[in-house]
Write a protein of this length. Sequence first.
Length: 388
Amino acid sequence: MNKKLFLYLFAAILFAGCKNNTVHISGNLVNPVIGEYIFLDELKSNELTTIDSIKIADGGTFDFKREIELPSFYLLKINENNFLTMLVEPGEKITLNAYYDSLNYPISIIGSKGTESMAEYNRTLRKIINKLTGLNNIYMQNVDSPQLPAVIESLDSIAQTYLNEINLYTKSYIDENLTSLVSLVALYQQVAPNKYVLNPSRDLKYFVKVDSSMSILYPEYEPVTLLHKQVQELVAGIKGETVIAPASGEGTEAPEISLPTPDGDTIKLSSTRGSVVLLDFWAAWCVPCRQESPNLVKAYNLYHKKGFQIYQVSLDKTKEAWMKGIQDDKLENWIHVSDVQYWNSVVVPLYKIESIPYNFLLDKEGRIIATTLRGEQLQIKLAELFNK
């Protein structure tokens, strides 16, 4: 079944029952400028829109209320250089205490787990930035010194240590927050203008990881769709040995896949090392794929105890359809992953998928043994491998 060349937009977030969508944001500012305004801006991709403003009352208090449908990013702002980025969810009652001149480093935040998490990250990032600023000060103090080349070499080494420190912290932060939109924000943090903590090429797997999780949870949220487009372009730009040509991949190590299961756990293809693996691309909407399901069940039942595993990647349009296909065809026993992005999935350019069903049989080291094995061909090949 050939793919259709169009962009498929869909909604996959359902809210059960009646839910209070009113967000209440209030707080107290220390040492305020009474009568000045505090603003509430909504963040949509790279665009900020002021949606409300209020004069700061005597005592530094302020109070906003807003109706929202989905978790969204907002900026609580005094001016362009003094703001707090907030991840706001429907029904939250948020209380903020902060110094008037430093909203980004609040004294306390109550009632918004996402905003608290981002504030904690900002505190760690600020420590690294302060350390780097200290190195710059040392440089300026030695700019006329005859020892300047040696000083620069030493400072560069120390600076790289600091950058590695925040890079590792950011990756750990993303791993711990993969079900939250804060992981998306973490991808784009900077230690200086245009000096990003994560490099999209070097740290691509983290962009793929966040994209995979967020695309399932918030498929229509604009910052998520923009991330998905960026990741597609990055993956499509991979060259050489990391991209498999459909007819000439035998003996090549299969590129890494790291996608969520229906339960939200991320499972890497490389985690199957030690087993003979059928890497199978399918979808519940694909009739030939569904016709092949009994053959996969038969192969799994015959050879799983001998070291055979199936890592099945879905190109479905919705999580609900994907899960129903698994249940209806009784495919629950093996590994299932997907970013539920249809033909926009990150695996499509990575494996040059033109149609499904499509598969690769991998050896215990993850190298390709054969491709496009269906029906009796799969059974013959597995018998050859396991019944020697």
